[in-house]
Unconditional design. Structure first.
Length: 147
């Protein structure tokens, strides 16, 4: 994760990119929580680029950042803001869980359904609705009802 903390005037902005340790790709939907000295807690989630941004009133003193994501070990960072004009830049990388070879990046994998090919008869093709015969389906349903 590329990480920056910018203190300007009356507010602190925490922003950065959360990245996978092995692939260096962004981690989407990671939860980021910042706890400041005054126990002000702010949070955000990373976007499709692994980016997040949090702005809160400036605090000097200790802070803690917690970053969590599915399939990754949580990351906790502590630091100190010495003055409102201080800028803290750091890089953090989330490490995949040991039992997980391919992290899901927070998104469930879609189920795949195999549909075997089928050969249609001429009658079946003629019953299919089309631009030339939009009511074909309704005619075939009427025939079934009469039987």
């Amino acid at each position: 994760m590329c990480f920056g903390m910018t203190c300007s005037g009356q507010s602190v902005t925490v922003r950065g990119h959360v990245l996978d340790k092995n692939t260096r790709e962004p981690i989407i939907f990671a939860k980021v929580k910042v706890t400041f000295v005054s126990n002000v807690i702010a949070g955000a989630m990373t976007d499709a680029d692994g980016f997040f941004s949090i702005s809160k009133p400036a605090d000097t003193g200790n802070f803690e950042i917690t970053i969590e994501s599915i399939d990754y070990k949580p990351l906790i960072l502590t630091g100190k803001i010495k003055s409102a004009a201080e800028i803290i830049d750091m890089e953090f990388i989330l490490e995949p869980e040991e039992n997980n070879e391919a992290p899901s990046r927070g998104m469930p994998e879609k189920a795949k359904t195999e549909i075997p090919p089928r050969i249609l008869t001429r009658e079946e093709i003629e019953r299919l609705p089309s631009h030339e015969n939009p009511s074909a389906e309704s005619k075939s349903k009427k025939k079934r009802r009469k039987k």
